[in-house]
Design a protein around this ligand. Structure first.
Ligand SMILES: [Zn+2]
Length: 144
């Protein structure tokens, strides 16, 4: 089966990555995990939202209650940090990846350059980063 990122172009708002870096820094040395939301529009998947909630974590493990997410319809995937090193998917990550189409791991130090995208099978995922304002105008989205 073709992968999502082979069918759709994936665009993520720079604001989402900036916020993820801020949250990852605030959680350091513990792991940070957040959820990503967005829309499919004109053959493009636009990731424009980041949802953060309280979680239990340690430097090597992050856990979160995702039940409330069942109620939302814009859930596309997750982003989490690796405070101890590189953005390499662990076995546990690969198991989690299966459930959602889009994943990002943030290597340390947390910055856009140390973030990597993965698809649900744990393969590298191509994506573009654009300003939220550009996404709003280009795709006529009011609420980002
Ligand atoms: Zn991980």
């Amino acid at each position: 089966m073709p992968k999502l990122h082979e069918i759709y172009k994936i665009i993520i708002s720079k604001d989402v990555f900036d916020e993820a870096c801020r949250l990852a820094d605030a959680s350091y040395p513990n792991e940070m995990i957040s959820y990503l939301g967005g829309v499919k529009k004109k053959g493009v998947i636009l990731i424009t939202k980041i949802y953060y909630q309280h979680y239990v974590s340690s430097p090597i493990h992050a856990d979160s209650q995702v039940d409330w997410f069942a109620a939302t319809n814009d859930f596309l995937g997750m982003i989490h940090s690796h405070p101890d090193g590189e953005a390499i998917a662990s076995d546990a990550d690969r198991i989690t990846f299966q459930y959602y189409p889009v994943h990002f791991i943030m290597g340390y130090p947390f910055m856009i350059e140390t973030i990597k995208g993965f698809d649900s099978e744990g393969h590298d995922m191509k994506y573009s980063i654009m300003d939220a304002e550009w996404i709003k105008k280009e795709y006529k989205i009011k609420d980002i």
